[in-house]
Ligand binder design. Structure first.
Ligand SMILES: [Zn+2]
Length: 302
């Protein structure tokens, strides 16, 4: 039996306003608890979308995934021709609703786009400021410090891991791949437990040309027989938007497999309670199929 965790990233204003309530309703119907990572600050996703357009060949792929339909034109222009709107910071009652319904809430970002496109160039003080602004908003809304973060676009640097280590987190979920543990990136040994996203995203499968949503759900739910747990990535804009039927397929599939759904916080507590300490894992930035740019994942030790 596999323990599944549902990791929901909220990247946009509309994803927060419209996607989160739909996800909460669906999770309520199935009686499962998920982990939400919220971007609190400005929705500059228009800038990210324009950057993708500039990449050779990506426009075709984007159109194949139906990105304009997925995100809507307001989001596609947000932070470019139209002003950036705040994301979770604008919806404190909705942030509280997520928490009151028993789901875990963590920090995804202040400015998602800034992190995603410019993290390599940010000074340590700027990275600290990104966390500080999101944490302040989180605390003001929920009255406690966040216990977990998840990096935008699964991208981190030695400096961002170092800043995170000073935040007193229970765990972070910044990386892709199968192994949990303490990551070593570019010579920096992090002291924060990493719980990786182990399964593919629906958008990646669609970008790779998959058409059948039932087959996509099977692919997302498939795990190696010895996998200790599976972390499924969801996006409020996607599974809480036009791909809501896909979420239903996933949740029905988990039930059919006799899978248990746990929050990442529960997974982390189980790992930290175990007699064996979590291993150290070597990680690096690598391309991943179906996604522009590189993500942090386990790599062979050099
Ligand atoms: Zn994100």
């Amino acid at each position: 039996m596999v323990n599944y965790s549902l990791k929901v990233d909220v990247d946009t204003h509309d994803g927060m306003r419209d996607g989160v309530p739909r996800l909460l309703d669906a999770f309520g119907r199935f009686g499962v608890k998920a982990t939400f990572f919220l971007a609190f600050g400005p929705d500059n996703s228009g800038k990210a979308i324009w950057n993708l357009f500039r990449r050779k060949g990506f426009l075709k792929k984007m159109l194949r995934t139906g990105a304009p339909k997925l995100y809507g034109w307001r989001t596609a222009l947000s932070g470019t021709l139209l002003p950036a709107r705040l994301i979770a910071a604008k919806f404190p009652d909705l942030v509280k609703r997520i928490s009151h319904e028993g789901h875990e809430v963590g920090v995804h970002a202040w400015d998602h786009r800034l992190w995603q496109d410019h993290l390599d160039r940010l000074a340590r003080a700027q990275i600290e400021e990104q966390f500080a602004r999101a944490f302040e908003c989180f605390e003001k809304t929920l009255g406690r410090r966040p216990g977990a973060v998840a990096a935008p676009a699964w991208y981190a640097t030695a400096t961002s891991l170092q800043v995170q280590d000073g935040l007193g987190l229970q765990y972070a979920s910044d990386i892709r791949g199968g192994e949990f543990g303490y990551p070593e990136l570019d010579g920096y040994r992090s002291t924060t437990l990493q719980l990786p996203t182990t399964q593919p995203c629906l958008e990646e499968l669609l970008t790779l040309g998959r058409k059948d949503l039932d087959a996509c759900a099977e692919e997302v739910l498939a795990t190696p027989p010895d996998a200790p747990f599976a972390v499924i990535p969801l996006h409020a804009e996607v599974e809480g938007g036009v791909f809501e039927p896909f979420l239903e397929k996933l949740l029905r599939g988990i039930t059919a497999r006799g899978g248990r759904v746990q929050t990442l916080k529960e997974e982390a507590a189980g790992i930290l309670r175990a007699a064996e300490p979590p291993p150290r894992i070597q990680v690096g930035a690598r391309p991943i199929s179906g996604r522009a740019g590189r993500v942090i994942m386990a790599v062979p030790r050099s």
